[in-house]
Ligand binder design. Sequence first.
Ligand SMILES: NC(=O)C1=CN([C@@H]2O[C@H](COP(=O)(O)OP(=O)(O)OC[C@H]3O[C@@H](n4cnc5c(N)ncnc54)[C@H](OP(=O)(O)O)[C@@H]3O)[C@@H](O)[C@H]2O)C=CC1
Ligand SMILES: O=C(O)C1=N[C@H](C(=O)O)C[C@H](O)C1
Length: 255
Amino acid sequence: MQKILYHELKYQQSTQYTTPFYLLNVINLDMKLCIIGANGRMGQAIIESAQQQNINIHSVVVKECTDYVGHKLSKEVKILHKVEDGADIIIDFSNSQASKSNVEYANKYQIPILIGTTEGHKKSDYNKFNIPIMWAPNTSITWNIMENAIEKISLASKLAIQIGEVHHKNKKDDPSGTTKQLDDKINADKVWSLRVGKNMSMHQFMGINDLEIARLEHQVLDRQLYAHDALVICKWLIMQKNQLFIMQDFINEII
Ligand SMILES: NC(=O)C1=CN([C@@H]2O[C@H](COP(=O)(O)OP(=O)(O)OC[C@H]3O[C@@H](n4cnc5c(N)ncnc54)[C@H](OP(=O)(O)O)[C@@H]3O)[C@@H](O)[C@H]2O)C=CC1
Ligand SMILES: O=C(O)C1=N[C@H](C(=O)O)C[C@H](O)C1
C-alpha cells in the first residue's frame, strides 16, 4: 500500500476553504443579500463567495448609484432589485461615511446590516437603531477568537504589550480598524503598522515580561476568508433581535 505523507494529505484537503463543522447549522440558512460597495475589493470577494455558496445576491449598491438600485458592476451579476424590495440583509464594505447613511437607510426599511467598513466611525455611532446591526471591523472568525484570547492574556498577566499590523498599500486607514479596536480594549504600550504589496493582511500581538514572551499572529492569505465569514455572520444576524452586536457576541453564541 502506498503511504500518503501527512503533509501531502493536508495539502490535498486544504486547497479550498471549507466551513468549520460548528458553523454548518448557520450556513445552511437561506437569505437574499444586498452588497454595498460591490465593485470594491471586498465587494467582489463577497460576490464570489456568495456565488460559490449559492447565496441569492438580491441587490447591489455601487458608488455612482444614488437610488439604491444596483448597476455598473464590474463582474457579471444579474440583479436589478431595489434593496428595500425584499433584501433580507445588507452587507456594507463601502466606506465609513457611506456606512452612516446606509444604516439609516437599513433602519428605515427594517433590514439587518453588517458593517464591515473601518476608519472614521465608531461602534457607538450605531447605538440608536432598531434593527440587528453587526459592528465587524474584522469578519474573520479565527481572528475574533484570537482577539478574545488576547484580551484574556492581557488582563491575566503583567506584560508589556506590542500590537502591529501589515496591510496592502491601497488600504486607506492606518492603523487598521482591527488594531484600533484591539488597542481600545487592551491599551497596548506600542502600536505599529506597515503598508506593503497588494494583498497583505496581517495582525500580530506580542506580550513580554521578565519571565515569558507570548506571541499571536493572524495572516489572511485571501480576501475570500473575510467574505466567507462575513456571509456566515449575516446568516446568524438575520435571526437576531434588534440590537447592536459585536463579533464577540457571535463567537460566544456559536462556538
Ligand atoms: N471587516 C473586515 O473584515 C474587512 C474590512 N475591510 C474594510 O472594508 C472597507 C472596504 O475595503 P476594500 O474593499 O478593500 O476597499 P475598496 O476601496 O476596494 O472598496 C470600497 C468600494 O466602495 C465604493 N464606495 C465608496 N463610496 C460608496 C458609496 N457611498 N456607496 C457605495 N459604494 C461606495 C468604492 O468606490 P470608489 O472606488 O469609486 O470610491 C469602492 O468600490 C474598508 O473600510 C476596509 O478597511 C476590508 C477588508 C476586511
Ligand atoms: O482593508 C483591509 O484589507 C482590512 N481591513 C480591516 C481592518 O481595517 O482591520 C480588516 C482586515 O485587517 C483587512
